[in-house]
Structures are given as structure tokens and as C-alpha cells.
Design a binder for this molecule. Structure first.
Ligand SMILES: N=C(N)NCCCC[C@H](N)C(=O)O
Ligand SMILES: O=C(O)CCC(=O)C(=O)O
Ligand SMILES: [Fe+2]
Length: 359
């Protein structure tokens, strides 16, 4: 059931791509959404801008989001420190099925699969998920999952967990506020995404820190070989073309390197350069299902060709609850037949995560 829904998801994405002829990404001031004293009209105006951006682009920047700079910068700074540690130190947190797919992935382990095989992604990363205690899951009568388990934390860096926990808390709050705005923009009750669907206490969030070393250009590679120097890797992708899996992704990226790219209707790649003080946000598969295709999970990729400049980013994925079952909301189908089968988010996530690595 799930596979057919995923296949339809892809088909729908392709057939409806004509509406998305953007050449830049909208920037939305979400100040009123995060200010409890904001006048109602200003909240409604933000909700309308979010609606347009989700419907027409699937990607947007947010500014005045209320997450303090020391929190966004703190996590990037800790990420730089972690990736600079010796390989054997990082390998002590190696991700595997036994670690519940949590932990460190060295360069070359992440892959993007195509029908005929896979290509390596050229990044290393550390993944943290919402922690679910297997015994508590069992006691609650919920099915077990290979993804449930404890996170692996680098105890070599004294400030890493403090910085990450502050970042995760702030992103959970911000994600909840953004979903209130998106619900309003869709004409749904403001608290629609709360509670058992995607409330912050149950959201199966993912926090990743990622390091993209610069890719070596083909010309550079030949020149290096001719000069008898070290030959680096050929140009390829830092992260292959994909859509995100859940509801809402918040990307906090290093300043000074443009590497994230978003695909528009004509198949052109539109840059998402770092803008100071912003997050780049994008919607995932679950919004496409929930809105019966009105909102699109837009394809994107990462290409760091900045000579000599490594890039880190810290995407935060604000997701539904693991056991939430999402289908097209009847209020949003507007007389159209539902295009997707209901999907249990945890099953969708498992099917994606288990294919992300060549272990
Ligand atoms: N949690 C999220 N969204 N991670 C997306 C990155 C995975 C991309 C991967 N190479 C792929 O093939 O999808
Ligand atoms: O690093 C980025 O800018 C985006 C990463 C991304 O698309 C992902 O991890 O899903
Ligand atoms: Fe992504």
C-alpha cells in the first residue's frame, strides 16, 4: 500500500510541476507568528504568504523567527568542531542498524538511489532523532521499530550536547508556530497539527549536522594529475536530488557558501544562498499527501563547488508523530478524489531511512 502511494506521490509531483516556475525563493517575515501579542491581521497576512509559498514553490526563507543567533551559530560552530575531530574518534559513533540508524556517517556512506543503482553523496553527517525508549513503546502497546532507540552523543566535545539540545528545543517551538500559520493559511483550525498528529511532544523530529567538503572540479583534477599532485574526487553531488519525508524542514546553513539548490518547473536549479539570520524552509512528502497535492515536496540537492571552502549545515526536520496516519484532509480535497492512500508516517520514514546508506 505504501509503495503505491509513494509512486503516486512522485507521479503527482511531476504532473503538477508546471505551476512552479519560480526563479528565486520567497522571503517571509514570520515575526507576527512568533509574537503572542501580534495583532490578528498581521498573523493572517503571514499565513497567506506561507500558503502562497507552500503552494507555488515549496521552499521559502523565514526571517524574524525568534531563534536567537547564539543558538543557530552555536550548532554550526559545534558541527565544525565535530567534523574536525580525527576519523577514529568520529567512528566511535558510527551509524548502523544496531544503533537504530542514529549516529555518524563518514564520507561516502550516504547514497542517493535511482532505478538503476545509486550514487554516493559527498558529505559526512551526524543524525539525532526523537528518542523513543523501546520498553516504553512496548508498554504502550505500540509496534516496535528499528528506528526507536537512544541517540549517540559526542562526549569528546563538552558543549556539543548543550548546543544541540538548545537548537532542537528552539526548532520544535518554531516548527509548531510555523505549522499554526500554515494551518491558518489552509483554512484549517490553528491547532490542526498539534496533539497526536504532529504536536511538539510527539513529533518524530530529526536533527542532522552535515559537512560538505568542497567538490573538486574535473578541470582541477586533470591539472592536479598533470602536475603530479594529489588527484581529488571528480565533480559529483554533495547530496543527490531528493524530497524531504515529513512536514517541514528548517535549514540553518553556514554563511559564505552557496550550495543548496531547488528545482523549478523547467528543471532549472535555483540557488538558495545563505541569507543572514534566516532559515531556509521546505515542505516534505507528508504535506503533499495531506493537501492532496496542493502543496508540493520540491526536489532539491546540494553541490558545494566553492573552492577550498567546506560547508556545514544543520537541518531540523519537524515531522509528524511516528504513529500518525496521514491522508488527504477531506476539507482540502475540494471535490477532487483523494490522490493518496493514508500513510503511517513511521512506515514512510523507515522505508526512506533504510535506503539512505550503503553500510
Ligand atoms: N531526512 C532527510 N530528508 N534526509 C534527506 C537526505 C537524504 C538524501 C538521500 N541521499 C536520498 O537519496 O534521499
Ligand atoms: O544542507 C542543506 O542545505 C540541505 C540538506 C538536505 O537537503 C537534507 O539533509 O535533506
Ligand atoms: Fe533535503
Amino acid at each position: 500500500m505504501f509503495r503505491s502511494a509513494a509512486a503516486r506521490c512522485t507521479r503527482l509531483l511531476q504532473s503538477s510541476i508546471g505551476t512552479r516556475s519560480f526563479t528565486s525563493l520567497p522571503v517571509i517575515d514570520v515575526g507576527p507568528l512568533v509574537d503572542p501579542a501580534a495583532p490578528r491581521e498581521s498573523v493572517t497576512a503571514v499565513a497567506q504568504q506561507l500558503h502562497k509559498a507552500c503552494r507555488d514553490v515549496g521552499f521559502f526563507y523565514i526571517q524574524n523567527h525568534g531563534v536567537p543567533q547564539h543558538v543557530t551559530q552555536g550548532v554550526l560552530q559545534q558541527a565544525h568542531k565535530w567534523f574536525a575531530l580525527p576519523a577514529e574518534v568520529k567512528a566511535s559513533l558510527l551509524l548502523s542498524p544496531a544503533s537504530h540508524y542514529r549516529g555518524y556517517q563518514p564520507l561516502g556512506i550516504n547514497v542517493t538511489r535511482h532505478e538503476s543503482g545509486f550514487v554516493q553523496d559527498w558529505h559526512e553527517a551526524l543524525d539525532l532523532f526523537r528518542e523513543e525508549d523501546a520498553a516504553a513503546v512496548k508498554a504502550a502497546g505500540r509496534p516496535s521499530s528499528v528506528l526507536h532507540g537512544p541517540n549517540l552523543w559526542p562526549d569528546q566535545l563538552p558543549d556539543f550536547s548543550t548546543a544541540l539540545r538548545a537548537y532542537i528545543d528552539a526548532c520544535l517551538t518554531l516548527g509548531e508556530q510555523l505549522l499554526r500559520g500554515i494551518a491558518l493559511g489552509l483554512g484549517l483550525p490553528e491547532a490542526y497539527f498539534g496533539g497526536q498528529l504532529a504536536g511538539p511532544a510527539g513529533s518524530y523530529w530529526v536533527a542532522r549536522v552535515i559537512h560538505y567538503p568542497p567538490l573538486q572540479q574535473v578541470g582541477q583534477q586533470q591539472a592536479a594529475a598533470a602536475a603530479g599532485g594529489e588527484v581529488g574526487r571528480e565533480v559529483q553531488l554533495s547530496c543527490g536530488e531528493h524530497c524531504d519525508y515529513g512536514l517541514l524542514t528548517l535549514v540553518n546553513q553556514d554563511p559564505h557558501v552557496t550550495a543548496l539548490q531547488v528545482k523549478n518547473a523547467s528543471g532549472q536549479w535555483v540557488d538558495a544562498p545563505p541569507l543572514p539570520g534566516t532559515f531556509v524552509c521546505n515542505i516534505g512528502d507528508m504535506f503533499q499527501v495531506l493537501t492532496n497535492g496542493m502543496y508540493k515536496a520540491t526536489l532539491h540537492r546540494v553541490l558545494n563547488t566553492a573552492r577550498g571552502t567546506p560547508r556545514v549545515s544543520a537541518p531540523f526536520f519537524y515531522e509528524p508523530c511516528f504513529e500518525a496516519v496521514l491522508g488527504p484532509a477531506p476539507q482540502l480535497c475540494r471535490g477532487q478524489p483523494p490522490l493518496f492512500q493514508p500513510i503511517r508516517y513511521g512506515s514512510h520514514l523507515e522505508s526512506k531511512v533504510l535506503r539512505n546508506f550503503e553500510l
